[in-house]
Design a protein around this ligand. Structure first.
Ligand code: NDP
Length: 516
């Protein structure tokens, strides 16, 4: 129950397996009251966490990682609430958490260290950059990757010395709760990493109170979160939808391209932000590519993950059942406008949960919703294009710009990649760029602002303080300069200043000086 006077109470959240329809658990919607309690505990815990220093925080994150690696329950919880194959639960989500912790723990020394900047003009000074944590960072996660876009996004802010409050999606909160338990089991301090369960209003309450926000989800909600963060002047990173193009140029290795298109189109039943959402293939290789694509899709094994821990299938359930309705809407619109189904095209009535057959359609055009709006489900449209220029124009014709893939001769593909309006591009491969945690990853256009990963993805969870001090040996010169620059102003000094400025900055003179 909420401890905050006047705070609203909400019905508990029923967490249901998308693969079987079975009720897994009920969790509270903690609302504003839960957020306030978590924030108070986080603020109390943050100073000691900061004082642990980089080595102490890295050790705590590694202990947490070890506890996760030794735990079977976290895998089973993730599989049960998301409906994804165990291979993806472990081989994508847990692998990613391990990799983010490895990188953050090592890179922090370099990324967060204090540094000195030497001024050109005021040679008597030096400026020291000190990086302070923001305080408490709120992480708001989606339902498609209950570790990767939830707890794993807490690692960089934690390493930077912040306490973190995570609000997972109401659809898949159980994995995050297990990760919070494992944090405690690893002997790590209370209050530093907390999970608050709830619906959208709980997320909004977190944005209202945190000192920084990391949000992953839809464009519509991301816009609200960024607007509120803007009002509060707090840093906010948003990773929103994608409509990633996959371009097949003439000269591409078609076997590899088809294999990669299937993997990136149907990973987690198409519920991934950087997945392939639309394919453009040059006319000259289109028949050969489509044949290869369809035969590989037909070989995919789709079913509910079973209780025995068997992972011999490729596609599980659609985690968020409403997503099936989006797939059906996009498919119906495309068929009405002239597309044709190459394989798939309907729900799996033989399975009890939320399943849609992996579907490929050909003859797609930009008149169709499926080429413009995020589908986020197991439907991949293929459009034929005259040449690379047409592919480029159409690939860039989107309000989103998160990720893109190009298959083709390496040099041509790289040149093509540079001209794409997308924060990430991967050449002759798919998806693995998400696991290259050394490089910043963020969207352009309505796909969001800011990045995760890399130096940039960690430093943003600090505020930089620039402290300027005098170089002790140069104090006499400084007193002289101060006499000329400060009050009382003197016309003779101004005349001298003019001459110095011309000497330093006037192009022709400074060039002459440089050439000597
Ligand atoms: P949302 O953007 O609505 O939800 C993402 C997270 O934000 C959830 O934890 C949600 O809570 C929370 N939230 C909702 N409203 C607010 C608010 N006003 N302030 C703060 N937090 C809030 O995404 P959906 O889950 O509804 O998915 C809708 C669409 O978004 C999908 O169809 C897909 O196209 C896209 N999507 C993109 C993702 C990506 O990886 N880029 C991931 C997931 C979805 P709660 O779930 O409890 O409502």
């Amino acid at each position: 129950m909420s401890a905050v006077p006047g705070a609203r109470l909400f019905a508990p959240i029923r967490v249901v397996s998308p693969a079987t329809g079975r009720l897994l658990a009920e969790v509270p919607d903690e609302g504003e009251g839960g957020v306030e309690r978590a924030l108070a505990a986080a603020r109390a815990a943050a100073p000691a966490w900061g004082r642990l220093g980089l080595a102490g925080r890295a050790a705590a994150l590694r202990r947490w990682r070890d506890a996760v690696l030794d735990d079977r329950e976290v895998v089973e919880t993730l599989v049960a609430e998301s409906g994804k194959p165990r291979h993806e639960a472990e081989g994508v989500e847990i692998l990613y958490l391990c990799e983010v912790i490895r990188f953050s723990a090592r890179a922090a020394r370099r990324v967060l260290k204090e540094e000195t900047r030497n001024p050109f003009l005021f040679v008597t000074k030096k400026t020291r950059l000190v990086r302070h944590p923001l305080g408490v960072v709120g992480v708001i996660g989606p339902w498609n990757f209950p570790i990767l876009n939830n707890s794993a996004d807490c690692v960089a802010p934690l390493m930077a010395g912040n306490a973190v409050v995570l609000k997972p999606s109401e659809v898949t909160p159980l994995t995050s709760l297990r990760l919070a338990e494992l944090w405690r089991k690893a002997g790590n301090p209370d209050g530093v990493f907390q999970v608050v369960t709830g619906r959208g209003e709980t997320g909004a309450a977190l944005v209202d109170r945190a000192d920084g926000v990391m949000f992953t989800g839809s464009v519509a909600t991301g816009r609200k979160v960024a607007a509120r963060a803007g009002e509060r002047f707090i840093p906010c990173v948003t990773e929103l939808g994608g409509k990633s193009p996959f371009v097949v140029l003439a000269g591409a290795d078609l076997d590899r391209a088809a294999e990669a298109a299937v993997f990136s189109g149907f990973i987690h039943s198409g519920q991934a932000c950087i997945r392939t959402e639309r394919i453009y293939v040059e006319e000259s290789v289109a028949d050969a590519f489509e044949t290869r694509l369809v035969s590989r899709v037909n070989a995919l094994r789709q079913r509910a993950p079973d209780a025995r821990g068997d992972s011999a299938h490729d596609l599980g359930a659609v985690t968020f059942p409403r997503q099936v309705a989006v797939v059906e809407r996009h498919l119906a619109d495309a068929l009405a406008k002239g597309a044709r189904v190459l394989t798939g095209g309907n729900r799996r009535d033989d399975l009890s949960g939320s399943f849609f057959r992996p579907t490929v359609i050909a003859g797609a055009t930009h008149e169709m919703e499926v080429m413009r709006e995020e589908t986020f489900g197991p439907l991949v449209p293929v459009m034929r294009v005259r040449d690379a220029e047409e592919a480029l124009r159409l690939a860039n014709e989107s309000h989103l710009g998160l990720n893109a893939t190009v298959f083709g001769p390496p040099e041509a593909a790289f040149d093509f990649a540079r001209r794409l309006g997308s924060g990430q591009v991967i050449v002759n491969d798919v998806l693995v760029n998400y696991l290259i945690v050394e490089a910043p990853l963020g969207g352009w256009k309505a796909s969001g602002l800011g990045v995760r990963h890399g130096v940039e993805g960690m430093r943003q969870w600090t505020r930089t303080q620039a402290i300027t001090v005098r170089r002790p040996l140069l104090a006499p010169i400084e007193r002289l300069v101060a006499r000329y620059l400060a009050f009382p102003y003197n016309p003779k000094v101004l005349a001298l200043l003019r001459r110095v400025m011309r000497l330093l900055y006037r192009s022709s003179l400074s060039a002459k000086l440089r050439s000597r």
